[in-house]
Design a protein around this ligand. Structure first.
Ligand code: AMP
Ligand code: ZN
Length: 470
């Protein structure tokens, strides 16, 4: 069965047929690096990871591009509010670039520990200003822009299909239902492509452009960078549902205005929100949960990954400590089961390995991870399957689930005592933190301390694994 995805563009389940056989161009909106990612954001990146892993396991060559927003994102997605980066830098007494570097590192530390594969290309907005300017020039040349108050705006009245993704109706948009603070706009849904004489006198990073010295609007970066690395048309674009009505709607409008080619992107996948006590979690609102907070409370980042896999990406999930406990216990049982299989496994294996059709079908059916997880459990509970074969199949499934089963099995002589294991993992997490803070002396001390207890560490791209050698 081919993959089927629920395409937000059209709101239907569609058979996945990439533009080029065997290859997939995939762009996922990356973080705005003005703060730590909250666990809601990480839900979006787990979806991106499942897309990539599922397609790769099925044999596709996936080119995964992710941007890092380090300029231009205002606190309101609709060109209102303050610049998130500038505000965060001022609050922390650092430069915008320092803030960006610090939170980009923190972001990848989080995603690495959750076994989220690094994208093929990670691109920073500030490194791609010329691409953005060139794209805006094409949009301007095609007659979709106007200047007002020193800024260059995109004129949505020139694109009859504006709002198709979000099912917005042009008549409603013209009525100007939204309260708009920018009086330069002809239509409240018009958006800024380039700011020059903006309301932000304290803008830290500015560049020369045909429209004057200034900086890009937020939406243009995703169009410019995705086209730079994936071409003018590509297969999949993903992000959270909050991006449907403004960010992604505007990305489509400006991209198709520049190229004249439709559709710009074939399949749009959007993850539902993770909510906390039924409220949306948001970075700008302040009180939000980070992955570190979960670790501080005794959970492994993979407990949170397991929790997320238990919900379909298009269903809203409510976070609670109780449900995270449930995920933690299930993951522990999973690892116990794997350990038992390792102990029982014979060196030789029957072939072929168990049939994974149902597992594959679950993924092909719009990436149904809860069903895929249930299939893994079904396999592990099936006593008619040889342990060696069950293990091989579990490893194969884990290519997508990303629960680190193979690395776990390579960790020989696990301490029997759970408390000791937890303590070692805490030390490893502290060492990773020290390394991020460039405090290598402390990091080495922690490693040495473990070594003296007979525990050796090995740093890998997907995290640190450890082993007891005595
Ligand atoms: P940001 O760094 O704010 O640009 O957001 C990064 C990603 O997280 C985007 O794809 C958002 O749509 C997504 N996102 C933001 N809040 C949540 C949430 N509470 N649950 C799930 N995804 C979210
Ligand atoms: Zn984007």
């Amino acid at each position: 069965m081919p993959f089927h995805f629920f395409n937000t563009l059209g709101r239907t389940m569609q058979v996945f047929e990439p533009l080029e056989t065997g290859k997939v161009g995939f762009y996922g909106c990356g973080p705005t690096v003005y703060n730590y990612a909250h666990i809601g954001n990480l839900r979006a990146y787990v979806l991106h990871d499942i897309i990539v892993r599922s397609l790769r396991r099925a044999g596709y060559e996936v080119n995964h591009v992710m941007n890092i927003t380090d300029v231009g994102h205002l606190s309101g997605d609709n060109d209102d509010g303050e610049d998130k980066m500038v505000k965060s830098a001022a609050e922390r007494g650092k430069s915008v670039l320092e803030i960006a570097a610090m939170y980009t590192d923190a972001f990848f530390k989080d995603t690495d520990t959750m076994n989220i594969l690094r994208p093929t290309v990670v691109c920073k907005a500030t490194d791609h200003i010329p691409d953005m300017i060139a794209l805006i020039q094409r949009i301007e040349h095609n007659g979709y822009t106007y200047s007002a108050g020193g800024n260059l705006y995109f004129d949505i009245s020139k694109t009859p299909n504006y709002g198709e993704l979000a099912l917005l109706r042009m008549e409603d948009l013209q009525a100007g239902a939204r309260t708009e603070v920018d009086s330069n706009k002809r239509n409240p849904h018009d958006f800024v492509l380039w700011f020059t004489k903006s309301k932000f006198e304290n803008q830290a990073l500015v560049w020369d452009s045909p429209w004057g010295r200034g900086y890009p609007g937020w939406h243009i970066e995703c169009s410019a960078m995705s086209m730079r690395y994936l071409g003018e048309q590509f297969d999949i674009h993903a992000g959270g549902i909050d991006h449907i009505p403004i960010h992604h709607t505007n990305e489509i409008a400006q991209s198709e205005a520049a190229t004249g080619k439709k559709p710009w992107v074939k399949y749009w996948l959007h993850n539902e929100f993770l909510v906390l006590d039924r409220e949306k979690m948001s970075k700008s609102a302040g009180g939000f949960l980070t992955l570190q907070k979960l670790v501080d409370n005794g959970y492994h980042p993979l407990d949170y990954r397991y929790f997320l896999l238990g919900g379909h990406y298009r269903s809203q999930m409510n976070f609670s400590w109780d449900s995270l406990d449930g995920a933690k216990n299930s993951r522990k049982s999973l690892m116990d089961k794997i350990r038992t299989l390792v102990e029982k496994a014979q060196s030789s294996s029957r072939s072929p390995i168990p049939n994974l059709d149902a597992f594959n079908k679950a993924l092909e059916d719009d990436l149904n991870t809860p069903r895929a997880l249930a299939e893994l459990w079904g396999l592990l509970r099936d006593s008619t399957i040889e342990p060696t074969d069950a293990l091989a199949a579990a490893f194969d499934m884990d290519e997508v689930l990303g629960l680190g089963l193979r690395a776990f099995c390579e960790t020989e002589k696990l301490p029997e005592d759970d408390a000791e294991r937890q303590e070692i993992e805490n030390i490893i997490a502290k060492r990773a933190e020290a390394k991020t803070a460039k405090d290598f002396a402390s990091a080495d001390k922690l490693r040495q301390g473990l070594k003296e207890r007979g525990i050796v560490l090995e740093d890998r791209p997907d995290g640190t694994i450890w082993r007891k050698i005595q």
